[in-house]
Write a protein that binds this ligand. Structure first.
Ligand code: G4P
Length: 279
């Protein structure tokens, strides 16, 4: 499968981020909890050198809880602060502030020793497209936020969202591009819907997904679609087509329709809480 690539956008976004990162103390990096590694761009480690780091494993509502815990431990071991969340929900946003303070306590202490009081922590949100950056900013900032920055006479300033007396957030997130190190990274990104479907081969993707499910979450497909899993993958897909009445005009099983349905049900969590990669 071939995945489209946009070097022009990438270069511009990266340059913008290099500028923005100079202004902040803390990088809040969003990853997708279903593919915590494939949804990262490791360039952020270089870009965010010397910054405090927090990883938010977002869409945790769709991910396998046990595996999310393994990933949390994995990232913590590497020195990141980690929180798993559903960015659509405002519950738990208070604890984000607590963890931001915790992640930046060295800076707070340094300021205190220098006699600097009430200097808020400045943070920015980064991540690949569709991981939930805007959703998170909206939930976290809520309605009560005041925009700061952009002083009169300064036309091209940065907009900061004052979250509370301790934290300010850059209002535009930094966009990272996924890193297609190998085919499997591209496949996982495609499975969660991070690559435009028009450029994908849905039949092939569904077969890959079925193979993964059969191996890692045995019984799920059988239970939902009433098909015997101990068959070849294309036959399972045909079984799904029959179960869901995906039939062509000629009266045959509509393989492609079933493939699209399977992928759609996986993405929306109807197949259950599934994580596609383990640490
Ligand atoms: P971005 O700024 O990083 O590009 O992502 P954005 O916030 O736009 O979120 C992308 C989609 O993901 C949105 O769905 C949003 O509702 C959904 N989303 C964000 N956080 C979570 C989460 O924690 N759990 C779940 N289940 N969904 C989340 P959308 O606008 O409906 O787009 P789509 O679903 O039609 O692609």
């Amino acid at each position: 499968m071939n995945f489209q690539w946009y070097p022009g956008h990438m270069t511009k976004a990266k340059r913008q981020m290099q500028e923005d990162i100079k202004l902040i103390d803390l990088v809040i990096e969003l990853v997708d909890a279903r593919i915590p590694l494939s949804s990262r761009n490791p360039d952020i480690d270089e870009l965010g050198r010397n910054k405090f780091r927090l990883i938010l494993m977002n869409k945790a509502d769709l991910a396998d809880k046990k595996v999310t815990e393994l990933w949390s431990a994995f990232f913590r071991e590497k020195g990141y602060f980690v929180v798993s969340l559903d960015a659509r929900s405002r519950n738990g946003m208070k604890s984000i502030t607590d963890i931001i303070m915790e992640a930046c306590k060295e800076k707070i202490e340094r300021d205190r020793k220098r006699g600097i009081k009430n200097r808020p922590i400045r943070a920015m949100v980064v991540g690949i497209p569709n991981v939930g950056k805007s959703t998170f900013i909206n939930s976290y900032a809520g309605k009560a936020c005041a925009k700061t920055g952009n002083k009169p006479g300064v036309t091209k300033g940065k907009q900061w969202i004052r979250l509370n007396k301790n934290v300010e957030l850059l209002d535009t997130p930094g966009i990272l591009w996924p890193k297609f190190e190998d085919q499997s990274v591209g496949l996982r990104l495609a499975m969660i819907g991070s690559i435009r479907d028009e450029i994908l081969n849905t039949d092939e993707l569904a077969i890959e997904l079925l193979a993964f499910l059969k191996e890692n979450y045995p019984g799920i497909v059988q239970e939902r679609y009433g098909v015997e899993e101990a068959q070849e993958l294309p036959e399972i897909l045909c079984g799904i087509a029959e179960n869901r009445k995906c039939i062509t005009k000629g009266g045959e099983a509509d393989y492609s329709k079933a493939a699209a349905l399977l992928i759609d049900e996986f993405r929306s969590g109807k197949l259950g809480k599934i994580t596609l990669e383990k640490p």
